[in-house]
Ligand binder design. Structure first.
Ligand SMILES: Nc1ncnc2c1ncn2[C@@H]1O[C@H](COP(=O)(O)OP(=O)(O)OP(=O)(O)O)[C@@H](O)[C@H]1O
Ligand SMILES: O=C(O)[C@H](O)CO
Length: 523
């Protein structure tokens, strides 16, 4: 039976608990400042994807019979549950899983980022920590998201646990972003250092995550279905928190429980594309050559159920519900925003102009060419799930506050030695775009935030902007364009109005990429 992939439906009402201390109560849109609403909506985007609510939605155990339901499948638990996990959000996921299923848990091994337990302890996030006497062994490693000896030890412990299972066992696999670096298990004779060097070179030359993980899978004992193979004949259930646009399970953390659809030719094309094929270490050539003649063929994963339990799309759906509770007409534009941050910012700036014009009395309508330019930009971004037409139709008929939601992961070409992050750069660029149009009688706000709570090497999660930002900044002697020319968005927001436009959540314990909110409210 082929491996099964299921995606949890629309998230149930996640218990809303403001991430920021003393978060605002829900009041009607008119009664709250736009910035307060935007931050509350961002909190609900993140809140729905926190490990506890996510696992509670994904797993349902009948304490009497020991029957575990995961989506439309059932598994009989009788102290036969084993757990492994790897990823930046996996500590909290393991804590939630052990709380729910602990009476059946025999043993567990998880591989999580170095220092995360201390960080969660410091942040007072007890729900993200395993209880004392937990049966789950924790390995911390992969400092700076790079595979290291600590992560290698974790991967070997995970493989050893998997290989010891029988057909009576159930292996729960917890997977989230950052998992690849936390599960390094190079196929000999490839060494950890050789694999590290190759992936760093690929990333530095612009390889995207799909390309990077195709190479990682080809050189790994556990990625690309290898973990599922090691666990056979045990039943495997993978609960996956997606940090990749489009939620491709074979790419997320390099698909350890998903049969790989790539072959050696795919790898060679990628290596050629980035000029790395000629300089490959002999060990890598040996492993790639052997892969083609592998007697076992690609890993079969018929004994596996892969379930996406958290994603950007699910998070945005939650925020859409919140926005409607605040009195907005809300539309999810896309959960697959990609492309250069400059183009993405232009798109949002024009969208605000066109949408804002539809919300104001006739006579201030956006020009036809601006609408055409907006559709042109959208076409150039090639967003597979874009709901632009639906969004504009909603705006035309609204006559009241509008909330346009989107998410994904734009790319930034770094310039200069400034300090910033994808979200802060996008927000600042959108702020500059908004300032180019004469503000009609509409309040406009744009927010961009990283759902893991950390945007680039800064302590901010992101930032929010309004059309007046550039002119207000100029009055403070801050030139937006100059900061952008140095990729120095964090410094700008730290200086501008005492940092009030920065978004701070602390490490959230989840990661479903970035969330973008565009709020428009007629005066
Ligand atoms: N000064 C800067 N200005 C703008 N963007 C920056 C700057 N410095 C780093 N970045 C961007 O931040 C991104 C790294 O962000 P971050 O550290 O949050 O990791 P990530 O890509 O979100 O990975 P993860 O999913 O593990 O969080 C890179 O895409 C990089 O281009
Ligand atoms: O770990 C990885 O491979 C990336 O975070 C994508 O999931």
């Amino acid at each position: 039976m082929a491996a099964v992939l299921q995606v949890l439906p629309y998230v149930a009402r996640a218990p809303f608990r403001p991430l920021l201390s003393g978060g605002p109560v829900v009041r009607q849109a008119s009664g709250m400042a736009l910035a307060e609403q935007a931050q509350q909506l961002f909190e609900s985007t993140v809140g729905a994807m926190l490990p506890g609510p996510m696992l509670h939605r994904a797993l349902s155990l009948d304490p009497g019979s020991g029957l575990l339901k995961v989506r439309d499948r059932s598994f009989q638990l009788r102290q036969n549950l084993h757990l492994v996990g790897f990823g930046k959000a996996v500590l909290g996921m393991a804590a939630a899983a052990e709380e729910l299923l602990g009476q059946h848990l025999v043993q567990g091994v998880i591989s999580v980022p170095k220092g995360i337990r201390a960080a969660m302890e410091h942040a007072g996030k007890q729900e993200m920590l395993l209880k004392p006497h937990s049966r789950v062994q924790v390995f911390e490693g992969a400092e700076d998201n790079l595979p290291d000896r600590d992560a290698l030890r974790a991967a070997l412990a995970i493989r050893q646990l998997a290989e010891g299972l029988t057909a009576d066992d159930l292996l729960l696999v917890l997977i989230s972003g950052g998992g690849s670096a936390l599960l390094p298990a190079p196929i000999p004779p490839v060494t950890l250092e050789e694999k590290q060097t190759l992936t760093k070179l690929l990333a530095a030359r612009g390889a995207n995550i799909q390309e990077l993980n195709t190479i990682r899978k080809a050189l790994s004992q556990l990625k690309g279905g290898g973990l599922a193979q090691a666990a056979y004949p045990a039943q495997v259930v993978s609960l996956i928190l997606s940090d990749v646009v489009g939620d491709p399970v074979e790419v997320i953390a390099s698909g350890p429980t998903v049969a790989s659809v790539h072959n050696v030719q795919d790898c060679l094309h990628i290596l050629n594309r980035y000029g790395l094929r000629a300089a490959l270490p002999r060990s890598v050539k040996t492993v790639l050559a052997r892969a083609d003649s592998d007697p076992h063929g690609p890993h079969t994963c018929g004994h596996v159920l892969n379930v996406i339990i958290g994603s950007n799309a699910l998070a945005l759906a939650e925020a859409q519900q919140r926005a409607e509770a605040l009195g907005y007409r809300a539309v999810v534009l896309s959960a697959a925003i990609q492309g250069d941050v400059k183009s993405v910012a232009q798109f949002y700036g024009l969208l605000a102009r066109v949408a804002g014009a539809h919300l104001t009395p006739p006579g201030t309508a956006a020009s036809v060419e601006q609408e055409e330019q907006l559709h042109q930009l959208a076409a150039e971004l090639q967003l597979p799930d874009l709901q632009l037409k639906e969004a504009l139709e909603t705006v035309v008929g609204a006559g009241g506050p509008i909330c346009l939601l989107a998410g994904g992961e734009p790319t930034v070409q770094l310039q200069g030695s400034g300090k910033g992050g994808r979200n802060q750069e996008l927000a600042l660029r959108v702020g500059a775009e908004l300032g180019r149009w004469p503000p009609g009688p509409v309040d406009v706000l744009f927010l961009s935030g990283g759902t893991d709570g950390q945007d680039g090497p800064t302590e901010a999660a992101g930032a929010w902007v309004v059309p007046e930002l550039a002119s207000q900044a100029a009055a403070e002697g801050l030139d937006v364009a100059s900061f952008l020319s140095r990729s120095d968005s964090h410094t700008f927001f730290r200086c501008f109005r005492g940092g009030v436009h920065l978004l701070h959540t602390g490490l959230t314990g989840t990661n479903v990429m970035d969330a973008h909110l565009l709020l428009l409210r007629p005066r």
